[in-house]
Design a protein around this ligand. Structure first.
Ligand code: BG6
Ligand code: MG
Length: 213
């Protein structure tokens, strides 16, 4: 099938903010007295902020009040935002800028499908917002990844069918979402997902658009 569009996950595909998320959740888990390492963090990649905190509480078999839950979400996000203040174009992951430029100049539609509610802000910091025909983020979906909604809304906005569109993902939740939505999927930059996906790239420099479009 000839490819007409590309949908990019943000965190871990366009920019390596996953470590910033990890450090912010680690701080939250430490506050709650819950053990949290990179291994547990893998379960959180790609899922929403609310679902992430629920997962941490499940890991520690803890329950907290709604008020404390909301306060922890807020302080996690404040800490996270503080840690990404200095992001700029130089922080784009390898191959991203070239692929965006090449795709644009070849008439391929471009979108972002992210669980993050900070997606638009981060795209502005990275100075790449203008490349995208659509940005679907955590503010625009009812059912976050692993539900395919974020990518289905993206493809609809680009006026293309899921099977005419490649999704780039670094997280198992996102791969599950894209596969169940009927998209072609490439896993990128996270060795943990290799067993889940036929098409795996160490980074986007390895992707050849001309072989698909
Ligand atoms: C996803 C990240 O893109 O967005 C997760 O993979 C993150 O790690 C989620 O928790 C929600 O992000 P935010 O910026 O809305 O807290
Ligand atoms: Mg990701």
């Amino acid at each position: 099938m000839k490819i007409k569009g590309l949908l990019f996950d943000l965190d871990g595909v366009i920019v390596s903010t996953e470590h910033n998320h990890f450090l912010a959740w680690k701080r939250t888990a430490d506050h709650l007295g819950i053990e949290f390492t990179e291994k547990e963090n893998e379960l959180l990649k790609g899922i929403s902020r609310v679902d992430s905190l629920k997962k941490i509480l499940d890991l520690g078999k803890k329950s907290i009040s709604e008020k404390e839950f909301d306060e922890l979400l807020q302080s996690k996000n404040d800490f996270y935002l503080e840690s990404i203040q200095s992001l700029s174009r130089i922080n784009l992951l390898p191959g991203v800028l070239n692929l965006l430029e090449y795709a644009r100049s070849n008439g391929i539609k471009l979108g972002v499908g992210s669980s993050s509610k900070n997606a638009n802000y981060i795209l502005e910091l990275l100075e790449i917002a203008h490349f995208f025909d659509v940005v679907v983020d955590g503010n625009g979906v009812k059912s976050p990844k692993p539900n395919p909604e974020v990518f289905l809304i993206g493809a609809e906005a680009l006026c293309i069918m899921p099977n005419e569109c490649i999704v780039f993902e670094d997280a198992s939740s996102g791969i599950e979402a894209a596969i169940s939505g009927g998209f072609q999927v490439f896993g990128v930059g996270n060795p943990e997902i290799k067993p889940l996906i036929k098409n795996y790239l160490n980074d986007l420099t390895e992707f050849r658009l001309e072989e698909h479009a």
